[in-house]
Design a protein around this ligand. Sequence first.
Ligand code: PLP
Length: 451
Amino acid sequence: MNIHLTRRRFLRTVSAGAAGLGLANGVTSRALPASPIGEKPAILGGRPVRTEPFPAWPVIQENDEKGWMEVLHSKDWCRAGDGHFTTQFEEAWARTLGAKYCVVASCGTTALYTSLNAVGVGPGDEVILPPYTFVATLNVILMQYALPVFVDTDRESLQIDAHKIEAKLTSRTRCIMPVHLGGNPVNMDVVLEVAKRHKLPVVEDACQAHTGEWRHRRVSTLGDLGCFSFQASKNLNSGEGGAILTSDPAHHEFCKSFQDQGRGQAGAAFGYARQGSNLRMTEFQAALLLQQLTRVEEQSRGREQNAQYLTSLLREIPGISPARMYEGTTRNGYHLYMLRYDKARFAELPRARFLEALEKEGIPCAGGYSPLNKERFLKETLNSRIYRKMYSERELAEWEERNACPENDKLCEEAVWFFQTMLLGPRRDMDDIAEAIRKIQKHAGELVSQS
Ligand SMILES: Cc1ncc(COP(=O)(O)O)c(C=O)c1O
């Protein structure tokens, strides 16, 4: 499933009724009375449970426009030297999260890429990652010509099964990269304990977890480095953008220099300290982020309340299992609301048909990722001339054997996602989601026979 395409389609859908400045969400009055559960499902020609759009994204207010125009008129659009808005945002984001340093980057992918360079991942190294994540987590490992080593998923939480990490370590393992998928924190007690025991750095992919917390500490600040994305669909966004958090001065110095063509000598325009690249964030992005940041906390609290209520409703529906949160989770960042769908409790209605029926009831949804460890492009990359030059046939054959993630394969057949914007509206929106699922369950047999 191409999540970006899905999100684009979703954002178009929810934005349809709410274009323009100052409209914090797309809530309009209900166009039709809710369809009772006993009525025919919308996919079979009945009335949908819901016709009004969910809240639109992004939220645009006057302060965003002001921030943007300030950069425009300053004529300093590029981060030159220390930058103005970029530096301000780095300080604000580091302070918000409780990290010593933040370095902004052009996107989440380049933030991860910079971090892997900071911990010295290169050809011949192995990096631990989950198979249930966005492709960028994998791509940055391949950009370093390292071997991605997948650790199976805990289907209950939809996160990496931290208890299975240690068994996948070898003398070549260079780094552990947990991903707090959908904003739901990974079991960091176990990750950090394993990392400490084996003296391995941890790079947290917190690209979807802007307000996630583990034991009251913000995710991204638990490992050696942590990365965020500010891409358009994210809970804090500037269209594109990224950030690296660290409390290690050496990592900070490296990242700051690396994202700016390796510049490093203070005051010298062309003083190069190392090899680097242009991965800089623009002043426009940073100015917008500073304004959007003023709303993050309130929006997050709203999502958390709605998600909690939605979970209480969905737990009562047989065959629907909302994602588990580990005991150490003090806050879920809710970029996604994730659950597992058991078709056995829905008269064997295939998940694809369930999702279609849900969409027709007016509830946007997606089936989530397909198994990343089985991607054809990954096999082709590992079989490429460059990889075959760097890794022996035996190493690559062994990689293939270690690559199986059976739990994740199952999860990819049963996951269902709702998007963060759906949690931004009133509580009754949650009732609609639950009602639509109950309605489909009630008519599942009919849906199966008429497929
Ligand atoms: C888990 C994860 N990692 C990395 C990224 C990459 O971020 P970006 O799209 O900003 O490059 C994303 C973005 O969707 C993501 O969801």
